[in-house]
Design a protein around this ligand. Structure first.
Ligand SMILES: Cc1ncc(COP(=O)(O)O)c(C=O)c1O
Length: 504
């Protein structure tokens, strides 16, 4: 019996449960005399309140489809399906959730789509991981595009090789060598539709249902979703100011025998921390000892605001254990959907095969555009500009946090990347904070999204400083802190009420 809850739907959750059970009765998936799961256990499985399940069962009872007795539980009545078919106008519904595969049924998480939707209008958004639109090199791109139309004509709209447009692979190889100390020939690179596609391919290549994947905790929610929907158990390793705790990792490797380690060692999303050089070597050594691939996700490494960060794991790896993913989404624009993987040849062949099966190749004009942008030296100039501008926006946000801070709030100072990881006062009811900030036109990402089991992280929120305009950042933080203050006050009031003892 599979029930799927959509928390963003307008239909109340108890009705979603009731309707799906009713459809299952009608279609015969739940036969007569079938004992429904106890309310408490169904509530636990679906991660809803017990009262929600009770209400759904009560509704089914009121429709005469189930009966319930204390001690016996809730059973499907005989003739229930027939009764439904006799109801006027009742058409046998298609039981969609029974048809979906397990991976899709278990994933109702629409967080990425929701963030995309949260960035328009008058909202001050600290939610997404989107580069500043006013810095997009639109004029330069227009110029390049004109040249490409004149020079390349039809080639611009022809197919490209599955592995990517070769000159772009050369350009990426050049960037990796010049800027990241990574030696990878053009043939060691495959162009992808964003690094998100690389995560999906890594999951498809390595994960069988029930396998374990190790990630940092917190980590990028997109990766958690992908690994989960491939059937993996996603186990988190805590981080501190120097990145992943390698001492904890070691015992997890022995206990869980994972398929690979997924890590964001540089300006991690969401925490902003960077894995120290010493730990990078320790991590590689552990991978060698346990014969484990490392999937290194590095979208932010170029965007540093102080000293050059330590080299990527891929640059330090002498034995071909690291699969390196990166993207143009953070340094340029998300909309082009171009990322890449640099990996050992055996792995790259699998990536290319999956690319061919999934969507043949990355869009040709986007690849030519990016290649020309890099070859003209515009990429390097643009990165230099971003470093200045984003450092300034980060500083504005840090200053505003300091100015409006309230007791119990703390945050880190990221040396690069897109995010500030902010700790909330202890007793705050986080979903009320989302609502109170929303009322004031400010959105952010709640910390739970970044934890594999979703039960931690309610003490933190992620604040992005690259998307909002500099003049909006201070205002947004001011409103956010007002919302925090209001939520803390309401939470304490509620707590006080609960603690009042009746007079005897
Ligand atoms: C850590 C990390 N990996 C991957 C991605 C996906 O990037 P792309 O747009 O290249 O698919 C993101 C985007 O937010 C990210 O933060």
């Amino acid at each position: 019996m599979r029930i799927s809850i959509n928390r963003n739907a307008d239909t109340p959750i108890y009705l979603q449960i009731k309707n799906q059970l009713r459809d299952m009765i009608f279609s015969g998936v739940l036969p007569e005399d079938f004992l429904l799961p106890p309310e408490r256990s169904l509530a636990k499985t679906l991660e809803v309140n017990r009262s929600t399940v009770i209400k759904a069962y009560q509704e089914l009872k009121a429709d005469g489809l189930v009966d319930s007795h204390v001690g016996r539980g809730t059973v499907i009545l005989s003739q229930a399906a027939k009764k439904l078919s006799l109801m006027e106008g009742y058409i046998n519904p298609l039981p969609w959730y029974q048809l979906f595969t397990e991976s899709i049924t278990s994933s109702n998480d629409t967080i990425i789509g929701d963030i995309m939707a949260m960035t328009g209008g008058d909202v001050i958004s600290f939610a997404g991981g989107i580069p500043a639109p006013n810095l997009y090199p639109v004029k330069i791109m227009e110029e390049i595009q004109k040249e490409l139309f004149q020079k390349n004509g039809q080639e611009l709209f022809l197919h490209s090789p599955v592995e990517g447009y070769y000159p772009l692979r050369e350009s990426i190889s050049y960037l990796l060598r010049q800027r990241q100390q990574i030696t990878a020939s053009p043939k060691d690179v495959v162009v992808l539709s964003g690094s998100q596609q690389g995560l999906d391919f890594a999951a498809r290549i390595f994960i069988r249902p029930g396998d374990t994947v190790i990630v940092e905790e917190p980590t990028f929610f997109g990766a958690i979703q992908i690994f989960r929907s491939a059937g993996a158990r996603v186990i988190g390793v805590p981080i501190d100011n120097d990145g992943m705790r390698i001492d904890v990792l070691e015992s997890l490797l022995v206990r869980h025998k994972p398929k690979f380690i997924y890590t964001l060692p540089t300006f991690q999303n969401p925490s902003g921390v960077t894995l120290s050089l010493e730990r990078r070597y320790q991590l590689l050594n552990l991978a060698y000892q346990h014969q484990l691939p490392i999937v290194e996700d590095d979208p932010y490494g170029e965007l540093y605001y102080g000293n050059t960060p330590v080299p990527p794991l891929k640059a330090l790896d002498r034995h071909g254990y690291v699969i390196y993913l990166s993207t143009f989404s953070k340094a340029l624009f998300l909309g082009l959907r171009v990322g890449w993987v640099a990996a050992p040849p055996q792995v790259l062949a699998k990536f290319a095969h999956l690319k061919q099966m999934t969507d043949l190749h990355v869009n040709t004009p986007a690849q030519l555009l990016l290649d020309a942008f890099i070859r003209r030296g515009d990429y390097e100039r643009h990165i230099a500009l971003l470093r200045q501008e984003y450092a300034e926006r980060r500083n504005i946000m840090l200053k505003a946090l300091e100015k409006y801070k309230i007791p119990g709030i703390s945050w880190n100072k990221p040396e690069g990347g897109f995010y500030i990881w902010c700790r909330l006062p202890d007793n705050i009811v986080r979903h009320k904070l989302v609502a109170n900030a929303g009322k004031r036109g400010v959105v952010f990402l709640p910390g739970e999204a970044f934890y594999p089991d979703g039960t931690q992280g309610d003490t933190h929120i992620r604040l992005n400083y690259t998307f909002a305009k500099p003049q909006q950042i201070e205002e947004g933080i001011k409103y956010l802190m007002q919302a925090v203050r209001e939520t803390v006050a309401a939470s304490s009031e509620q707590e006080n009420k609960r603690n009042i003892k009746p007079l005897v």
